[in-house]
Design a protein around this ligand. Structure first.
Ligand SMILES: [Zn+2]
Length: 282
């Protein structure tokens, strides 16, 4: 009889735990849904639908898209330099340390005509230096890159991709916005990626995303070839994660006809609007 009572008691406890977990999940889901509606409303009001501007906001814990205004989140697009952090990860599969490299500007295919001089990985990411990442890409083993693309659920780079393709100077390696956002979420959650995250923090303080300086964020900019509704040959991209120490929100913005550095100005305004809204909701 005692054993039957113990069994019944154990079953009741288990049922109570399942019920509690279901209620907690439902509450989390409901509050996420309210948060998503609030973000969509805030950003859509200030940045109404436009062919020139696309954006998405992702919850880094769940990978769920909270709000967005993008023609098609799952259609692969050229992403320019936003591949660079993953190239660093691929390089690190077969090397113990990141190199220093010299950028002489235009002659090394860098966007900064006079060049960046000698850079380490962190500053090369912050400045999105093409010369540094072309040099790094020449030493990436294809198998190492394949391992990283699989780990981060990114589409494989084209077969025999040149360093110029890998760093996004040519628009052949295309990645869907939501796929790219989720890969960055994974990257930001791994403490082993310290050098890369430091480079993304530096980008907001003194690099290509310095328009975000006032915001507590990690960021990477890119300028990609435009394929659709083009205003000029380039599309500016910026991806930001906030807060920097423990990112909870990811914002990806694309603006036609400009650079990633210019798009950072809009991204900074969006992050500020999200922060203000978050403070108001507390
Ligand atoms: Zn450079």
């Amino acid at each position: 009889m005692a054993s039957l009572t113990r069994s019944l008691s154990a079953i009741c406890t288990a049922l109570a735990l399942v019920l509690f977990a279901s209620i907690t999940d439902a509450q989390t889901s409901a509050s996420n849904s309210l948060l998503a509606q609030a973000i969509q409303s805030t950003l859509s009001r200030r940045w109404p639908p436009s062919e020139n501007l696309s954006w998405l906001v992702l919850d880094t814990a769940s990978g769920q898209v909270l709000a967005q205004q993008w023609p098609s989140l799952n259609d692969p697009i050229p992403v320019g330099s936003l591949t660079k952090p993953f190239l660093a990860l691929a390089y690190a599969r077969t090397h113990n340390t990141f190199p220093h490299a010299l950028c002489q500007g235009t002659q090394d295919r860098c966007w900064l005509p006079k060049g960046h001089g000698t850079l380490d990985l962190e500053h090369a990411l912050a400045q999105s230096c093409n010369a540094y990442f072309l040099a790094l890409s020449r030493q990436i083993e294809p198998v190492a890159l394949q391992t990283i693309t699989q780990l981060y659920n990114l589409p494989a780079a084209p077969p025999d991709a040149t360093p110029a393709i890998l760093i996004g100077l040519e628009p052949t390696w295309r990645i869907a916005p939501v796929t790219l956002a989720r890969a960055y979420t994974r990257l930001a959650n791994q403490p082993d990626n310290h050098s890369i995250l430091t480079g993304m923090r530096l980008a907001t303080q003194q690099g290509t995303a310095r328009a975000l300086h006032a915001e507590d964020a990690l960021a990477k900019t890119g300028t990609a070839s435009c394929l659709d509704h083009c205003l000029a040959s380039g599309d500016g991209l910026v991806l930001a994660l906030t807060p920097a120490a423990n990112p909870r929100i990811l914002l990806l913005v694309r603006q036609h006809g400009t650079t990633g550095a210019s798009t950072s100005i809009i991204a900074a305004q969006m992050l500020h609007a999200l922060k203000t809204q978050n403070a108001a909701n507390r």
